[in-house]
Design a protein around this ligand. Structure first.
Ligand SMILES: C/C(=C\CNc1ncnc2c1ncn2[C@@H]1O[C@H](COP(=O)(O)O)[C@@H](O)[C@H]1O)CO
Length: 224
């Protein structure tokens, strides 16, 4: 199981130990200071726990706040950024290690490959799309890495309600609804993610379908 090592105080309950977490977050900071505060708090918590950061690269919005905090705290920061977004005027200063990729699809596969868990904090379409993609990949059995949602100030209440509606209306399996781990604070979220049991036996769709292969099969996708 990815990210699983060590054991907790409770016998027979193995806790995952995260080395690298991929954070999806807004390229804007949002209007409320609570969003920036949450990005800073999560960044500090990663540093305290010596967890490295994988993210979308650049320094705009909440992406800049979290990456700077983790970098200043001495942890490794890997920014994965498509060539088209690399110009300074689009994504701002780069920080830490920067991996330039061909397009958005390759970026997501690369971010997934380099992390042992995912956390989405408030953001816009980009963040939501990244979150939903890793939930979908988990549902399909492509990975069993924990997916966390930091619901700062109830920002994601409507999205969570939509997930519940999906279950109620028969579009989402109850078990798949539990792929996403939700908490209001970074500390609570990481603790829950450490204790999270995989939703499925790894790779429901066949051992060979890995994120690595998604990366390789990326030829011909739109260059954005
Ligand atoms: C178009 C704008 C900013 C573009 N700059 C970005 N730089 C790096 N990564 C980005 C950028 N925009 C989106 N991303 C990725 O999506 C997520 C944030 O998107 P959101 O729509 O702001 O939530 C983030 O995790 C990145 O991986 C001006 O908005």
């Amino acid at each position: 199981m990815e990210g699983e090592e060590g054991s907790s105080a409770t016998p027979n309950v193995k806790k995952r130990v995260f080395k690298r977490i991929c954070v999806f977050c807004g390229s804007r900071a949002g209007y409320k200071s609570t969003f920036s505060d949450a990005a800073l708090e999560l960044g500090k918590l990663l540093v305290k726990r010596k967890i490295n950061l994988v993210y979308g690269g650049g320094s705009v919005g909440l992406m800049g706040l979290i990456s700077q905090t983790v970098f200043n705290g001495g942890c490794h920061v890997l920014g994965v950024i498509p060539r088209a977004l690399l110009p300074h005027e689009i994504s701002g200063e780069t920080i830490g290690e920067v991996k330039e990729v061909a397009d958005m699809h390759q970026r997501k596969a690369e971010m997934a490959k380099n992390a042992d868990a995912f956390i989405a904090i408030p953001g816009g379409y980009g963040t939501m799309e990244e979150l939903l993609e890793v939930i979908t990949w988990s549902q399909l059995g492509i990975h069993d890495k924990p997916v966390g949602l930091l619901n700062v100030d109830g920002y994601y209440n409507s999205l969570v309600a939509l997930f519940d509606k999906g279950v109620e209306e028969g579009f989402i399996e109850d078990s798949a609804r539990h792929i996403v781990i939700i908490a209001n604070t970074a500390d609570e979220l990481i603790k829950k993610m450490e204790e999270h049991e995989p939703v499925h036996d790894k790779v429901a769709l066949g051992q060979s379908w890995e994120v690595n292969q998604l990366l390789e099969s990326n030829v011909g996708s739109p260059k954005i």
